[in-house]
Design a protein around this ligand. Structure first.
Ligand SMILES: [Zn+2]
Length: 119
C-alpha cells in the first residue's frame, strides 16, 4: 500500500471535472457519458472544509466520540471521512491512511480510509 493511499477516481475528458467515487451514470457537470471518462488517481491529501464530532452512532465501531471531516482533496473532489488525532479545525491539512476494519462474509479484512492532520 502507498502512503498516503491512492484513491481511484475519474476525469471527464470533455470538461476535465475530476470525481471520486467514480460516477457510473455520466458527468454531473456536462452530462458526458461515463464511457468517455479516464482513470484518474487521487492522492489522499487535502484540507478540512468542515468538521463535526459524532457522539451517537448506530454501530459499535468506530467508538464514539469521533470526528468526521468534509475534506477537499488536492485533486478537487470532496469526501467525508473520519479524521483522527487532535488539532482538527477548518483549514487543517490532512492526509489519508488505511486501517483494518471488519471482515466480510468470506473472512477478508476490509480497510477503512481515515485522515489525520499533517503539518
Ligand atoms: Zn464533464
Amino acid at each position: 500500500m502507498t502512503d498516503p493511499p491512492i484513491m481511484v477516481g475519474h476525469r471527464c475528458v470533455t470538461c476535465k471535472r475530476v470525481a471520486f467515487p467514480p460516477d457510473p451514470y455520466g458527468c454531473e457537470k456536462c452530462g458526458s457519458p461515463a464511457s468517455t471518462f479516464e482513470h484518474w488517481d487521487l492522492e489522499a491529501r487535502g484540507s478540512v472544509q468542515a468538521v463535526a464530532t459524532v457522539h451517537r452512532h448506530h454501530r459499535p465501531t468506530p467508538v464514539t466520540p469521533f470526528m468526521v471531516g468534509v475534506i477537499e482533496l488536492v485533486g478537487g473532489p470532496v469526501v467525508k471521512a473520519i479524521v483522527v488525532g487532535g488539532g482538527v479545525v477548518v483549514g487543517s491539512a490532512v492526509e489519508g491512511f488505511l486501517v483494518p476494519d471488519e471482515e466480510d462474509d468470506d473472512g477478508n479484512v476490509m480497510v477503512d480510509l481515515r485522515f489525520r492532520v499533517v503539518q
